[in-house]
Design a protein around this ligand. Structure first.
Ligand SMILES: Nc1ncnc2c1ncn2[C@@H]1O[C@H](COP(=O)(O)OP(=O)(O)O)[C@@H](O)[C@H]1O
Ligand SMILES: N[C@@H](CCOP(=O)(O)O)C(=O)O
Length: 361
């Protein structure tokens, strides 16, 4: 515990947003990008009791601030529930008296930019820090995977950069452990009646990642529609089985993608080809009006500066990779959504570092 000499401990946790899949890398590839969730945490060790549930007060500013989408009750808020899961796995039943978490969240919610992945990663890190736990990032990744089961967003948000993520084959007993229903990992609400039971701990070494190089000339243009698509819903529309030729199509492209996006100067034709997908985007068109037209008609041959275009995560955000003419590219994509009566905002983003803890005095 590092306090300021008066028993007050202050630190911030900064976690980037992420774009998963980048076309063919469904549930594998993640790219950390430069919008950051920040937790400003204060632990007042001079207090001996707290009037707040679970000894934790939450305040919030940012996306969905006035919509009530992000609960301020620590038993319901995703970040604090995740932190509490980590604490309870280590026999700490609540936050230290008295914890204040101020959440600053500019990551759009439910738009395919990994807001929930960032919340899970930040929550795991919060549990580690307030609990004074000796957990390295690989172990934190295991905890994240008990909550968000696809490793691409959380891998990018935790480790930063452009990553490939994969899961280790588990023993039958460990498979049963990671398949425990989420409600048992994160009982909702976490602060109900505390049975004193330890939640199921993650097996060791569930998830792994590898960092790929990223060509610095490439920027990510995010076109963010005004409507939300919950990731769970966008996963429900995917089929249980795929035609063999579609799987082969994606495997061929995934073999190209990390090389194509790492080499300088970037080769637009190669990147365009490497970003094609047949495993998720076509099925998600039903939820995202305009998606089919956008991926079919935007290419480097018609749009100067463009390298490739894909759905960001589960959508509805569109990610265009480009080296110039960002505004023209964004405007063209916005036009497609406009025809469907959908308004958008757009941002130019860059690859970001992973989650950091910054001490404040
Ligand atoms: N900073 C946050 N604090 C608390 N909950 C959050 C935060 N960010 C995201 N969430 C939760 O995650 C949900 C969005 O997750 P999801 O549907 O996976 O979309 P995405 O991760 O693509 O933004 C939000 O509706 C909210 O419940
Ligand atoms: N691989 C996942 C990624 C979901 O990302 P999100 O940012 O939409 O949560 C998927 O495609 O379902």
């Amino acid at each position: 515990m590092e306090t300021n000499g008066q028993g007050i401990e202050k630190f911030s946790i900064r976690t980037p947003c992420s774009s998963a899949n980048i076309g063919p890398g469904f549930d594998v590839i993640g790219l950390a990008l430069s919008i950051y969730l920040e937790l400003q945490v204060t632990v007042d060790h001079t207090k001996t009791s707290s009037e707040h549930p679970l000894n934790c007060r939450i305040t919030y500013e940012g996306q969905g601030e006035n919509s009530g989408e992000v609960p301020l009750d620590p038993a319901s808020n995703l970040i604090t529930r995740v932190a509490l899961y980590v604490l309870r796995c280590h026999d700490q039943r609540a936050f230290p008296v008295e914890t204040h978490v101020h959440i600053v969240n500019p990551i759009p919610l439910g738009r395919g930019l990994g807001s929930s992945g960032a919340a899970v990663v930040a929550g795991v890190m919060l549990g580690k820090e307030v609990g004074g736990l000796d957990l390295d990032n690989d172990r934190l990744f295991d905890f994240c995977l008990m909550i968000e089961r696809h490793p691409d967003n959380i891998g990018a948000a935790l480790f930063g950069g452009f990553v490939g993520t994969y899961l280790k084959p588990l023993s039958p007993e460990d498979v049963a452990r990671v398949e425990i229903p989420l409600a048992e990992v994160l009982p909702a609400p976490a602060g109900g009646v505390d049975t004193g039971e330890r939640p199921p701990e993650p097996p060791y070494g569930i998830g792994h990642h590898i960092k790929f190089p990223w060509c610095r000339q490439i920027k990510a243009v995010a076109i963010i529609p005004e409507f939300q698509v919950p990731t769970a819903k966008a996963r429900e529309v995917l089929p249980a089985n795929y035609p063999r030729q579609d799987v082969t199509f994606n495997l061929q492209r995934i073999a190209l993608l990390p090389v194509a996006l790492g080499q300088s100067p970037p080769d637009p034709e190669l990147i365009y080809l490497a970003m094609q997908d047949k495993l998720h985007q076509q099925y998600r068109q039903t939820l995202i009006p305009g998606l089919g037209d956008i991926v079919e008609s935007m290419s480097p041959s018609t749009q100067e500066g463009l390298l490739g275009v894909c759905l960001s995560g589960a959508g509805p955000t569109i990610l265009a990779l480009a080296t110039s003419n960002y505004e023209q590219i964004a405007d063209r994509i916005i036009e497609f959504f406009k025809k469907e009566g959908i308004r958008c905002q757009w941002l130019i983003l860059e690859p970001a570092e992973g989650t950091k803890v910054i001490r404040r005095d």
